[in-house]
Ligand binder design. Structure first.
Ligand code: F6P
Length: 328
């Protein structure tokens, strides 16, 4: 283990995700296990620039494994994009005697960390925390599983009213510009159609599919739409379009929004967070830097941060075929 690392800072940045607190807990407790200090940095890079730090002990993270959000808060920082901002951050880290950083967040967080590392050669490790599951180098990002379960539970509720009123619902889900949330939750919730950025279904095929569903005896339908979908109409415009072209449907819209980011993390996300926190700290203690901790085929893995940031995630084509078959 590297003797150089005596104090590790941890921060959360970007959109919050369920499981971030479990990851913070794991980082803090792994530091305590190795008898090194851990410092919590509040409000992401903004707090780093302002020196908003607090020493965290193993007891500081009691009773948070089951909580959503992030006890360290998060923020998107424009100032950290400036050299002055990053210099101020580095000064605060040195004054506090912090030797390395664990960054919990998404690709934007890692990009900022890489710029900082290049300027100051400051050791960093990334933990992928985002409900979008859009980060190369891991099968799962923290929060994805919890968000999936939230979305499926909500769609189950929407299905109750849709079937009671024989309605078609367009349900918009998050995911920024990828369709992993929409595809997996759509299959899990039994959606009749799933619109994702990675596959252009097209308006004609959508109408044809909805006509076919109606003819096959389906009296209500759920269409899950990824917020980054590229069909060319948002969910409200899709509602109007279907109302104009398919008289037999009474159409409504539900935009799930930020509720998908909240809630108590699932057991899967808690376990994943705990594993990632240990791997992140021990990777730093081995003297390594500029990696992202991930899970690949249920094994903890390290991916160079440059690749994690630049890489893209592919849609699961086998799952896409399953979703097509399920609309029979
Ligand atoms: O990246 C996570 C995410 O929830 C995306 O799915 C969504 O598009 C975005 O953040 C929303 O960002 P904000 O919280 O800044 O509105």
């Amino acid at each position: 283990m590297s003797e150089k690392i005596r104090k590790i800072g941890v921060l959360t940045s970007g959109g919050d995700a369920p499981g971030m607190n479990a990851a913070i807990r794991s980082v803090v407790r792994t530091c305590a296990y190795h008898e090194i200090e851990c410092v919590g940095i509040y409000r992401g890079f903004e707090g780093l620039i302002e020196g908003d730090f607090k020493v965290l002990s193993a007891r500081s993270v009691n009773n948070i494994i089951h909580t959503g959000g992030t006890m360290l808060k998060s923020a998107r920082s424009k100032t950290f994009r400036t050299a002055e901002g990053r210099k101020a951050a580095h000064t605060h880290l040195k004054n506090a005697g912090i030797d390395a950083l664990v960054l919990i967040g998404g690709d934007g967080t890692f990009t900022g960390g890489l710029v900082f590392n290049k300027e100051f050669n400051f050791p960093i490790i990334g933990i992928p925390g985002t409900i979008d599951n859009d980060i190369f180098g891991t099968n799962y990002t923290l929060g994805f599983d919890t968000a999936l379960n939230t979305v499926v539970q909500v769609i189950d509720k929407i299905r109750d009213t849709a079937s009671s009123h024989k309605r078609l619902f367009f349900v918009e889900v998050m995911g920024r510009d990828v369709g992993h949330l929409a595809l997996n939750a759509g299959v899990g919730a039994g959606a009749e159609e799933i619109l994702i950025p990675e596959e252009d279904l097209g308006l004609d095929r959508l109408l044809e599919s909805l006509r076919r569903s109606k003819k096959s005896g389906k009296s209500s339908s759920i269409v899950v739409v990824a917020e980054g979908d590229k069909i060319g109409k948002n969910v409200f415009e899709l509602k109007d379009y279907v109302n104009e072209n398919l008289e037999e449907y009474d159409v409504r819209v539900s935009v799930l929004g930020h509720m998908q980011r909240g809630g108590s993390p699932s057991c899967f996300d808690r376990v994943l967070a705990s594993r990632m926190g240990v791997k992140a700290v021990e990777t730093l203690l081995e003297g390594k830097s500029n990696y992202m901790v991930g899970i690949l085929n249920n094994v903890m893995a390290l991916t160079p941060l440059e690749k994690a940031v630049k890489g893209e995630t592919d849609i699961n084509m086998e799952l896409l075929r399953v979703s097509d078959i399920m609309t029979t």
